[in-house]
Write a protein of this length. Structure first.
Length: 136
């Protein structure tokens, strides 16, 4: 087998952003991350993200539960922090063209819930971004 064929055989296609396969892969990355396990010890927090408006919106949540971190498609029963944005903003943040801070300042990213929890767990959220990096 040529080197190119061997490489092609080992490279998986990245799932489309916010597709069911993307959520499955994101959840697997979060659950298997030693960094997330360590950083989330003693943390009980739910982060929800809403992208889009109305019936076409996509909603998911990340649960930090004392060392177990998971991502689930759909709304949380009770979220501590909620991010709301249009699809273009979410895509810009995902692909690095836009920072969450810039989107927030511009009014393109709305934050609801406990701002204190967001600030208190800034390191955890930075690690979340790093762990999900392979899905960019």
């Amino acid at each position: 087998m040529t080197e190119q064929r061997a490489l092609a055989a080992t490279v998986r296609a990245m799932p489309a952003y916010l597709s069911p396969a993307w959520f499955t892969e994101a959840d697997a990355l979060l659950r298997s991350s030693e960094a997330m396990v360590a950083l989330s010890q003693g943390v009980h927090l739910v982060l929800e993200q809403r992208v889009g408006e109305g019936s076409s919106s996509i909603i998911w949540h990340v649960r930090f539960d004392n060392g177990v971190v998971s991502m689930t498609e759909g709304p949380a029963d009770a979220a501590d922090i909620i991010f709301v944005s249009y699809a273009e903003t979410a895509e810009g943040i995902r692909n690095g063209a836009l920072s969450a801070q810039a989107a927030f300042i511009a009014g393109d990213l709305r934050v609801e819930g406990s701002i204190n929890a967001l600030l208190e767990h800034a390191e955890l959220f930075a690690a979340l971004d790093d762990v999900l990096g392979p899905l960019r």
